[in-house]
Write a protein that binds this ligand. Structure first.
Ligand code: ATP
Length: 246
């Protein structure tokens, strides 16, 4: 069966002044892929996904998402594509002044107009159930632990039923056990919803649990790609160094 390409990046370049961050990235993500991008701090992982959703303007190259080159779109057209993509940002903060319910309702209503009150409530419960936090519905963000905030942020991402989910450092700032729980959750979401995802992480356990393919960025290019086991056993010392703490 022919693979369906959801993301196709060709020759993507991006500099900030003299800082040449991306020097010609090529990347495809097929439907159902769960791609992990590894790379040292500052190697351009976040810049890559920000270009992907049009938060940063590219210098050169093509980025096709759902078959449309997003580098050529105006704001309105870009927004249409973004509605099909969920983000879990590194500091994916919730709105502090809103309860968990209102945080989720706000996102849902922004995304899908004209839902009945009952439907909104039902979808909020469903999203919270997916992350095992139905009981937190009336809590304020200040009452939640770091791991709970990540889970709620994930529920907020899921509530729009995205076709692609972008995770930027989903386990950053969490202790090992809580980080592992978040990775397990990402995995269970992948299995339940057959989502396509890109996960940017430093956390090798998270990469092992969530990736079907891994790419490693170096010097503004994709240095290497392969499965977890292939890269872990690479003949390249630099590549293997990422897997030392597994
Ligand atoms: N808006 C910006 N303006 C100027 N420079 C930027 C901007 N965004 C990113 N950079 C620079 O681009 C480079 C890559 O940053 P990026 O955030 O993509 O790294 P990263 O690989 O995600 O790192 P980390 O793992 O630490 O999050 C860095 O040198 C950073 O300073």
């Amino acid at each position: 069966m022919q693979e369906q390409v959801l993301i196709n990046i060709e020759n993507l370049s991006k500099s900030f002044g003299k800082n040449k961050v991306l020097r010609g990235i090529n990347l495809t993500v097929n439907k159902g892929d769960n791609l992990v991008i590894l790379g040292r701090s500052g190697s351009g992982k976040s810049v890559t996904i920000k270009c992907l959703v049009g938060l940063l303007k590219v210098d050169k190259g093509k980025i096709e998402v759902f078959g449309t080159d997003v580098t050529e779109l105006n704001y309105k057209e870009l927004n249409k594509i973004r509605l099909r993509i969920g983000f879990l940002f590194q500091n994916g903060a919730l709105y502090d002044s809103m309860s968990v319910r209102d945080n989720l309702a706000f996102t849902l209503k922004h995304h899908t107009k004209d839902l009945s009150k009952e439907e909104v409530e039902k979808q909020i419960y469903e999203a919270l159930e997916n992350v095992g936090l139905e009981d937190a519905i009336d809590k304020m963000p200040s009452e939640l632990s770091g791991g709970m905030v990540k889970r709620i942020a994930l529920a907020r991402t899921l509530i729009i039923k995205p076709e692609i989910i972008l995770y930027d450092e989903p386990t950053a700032g969490l202790d090992t056990i809580t980080g592992k729980e978040i990775s397990e959750l990402i995995l269970s979401i992948q299995e339940k919803y057959k989502t396509t995802s890109i996960v940017i992480t430093h956390d090798i356990i998270c990469a092992k649990m969530t990736a079907n393919r891994i790419r490693i960025l170096k010097d503004g290019l994709i240095h290497v790609e392969g499965s977890f086991e292939e890269l872990k056993n690479s003949s390249d010392d630099w590549v293997r160094s990422f897997f030392e703490y597994e």
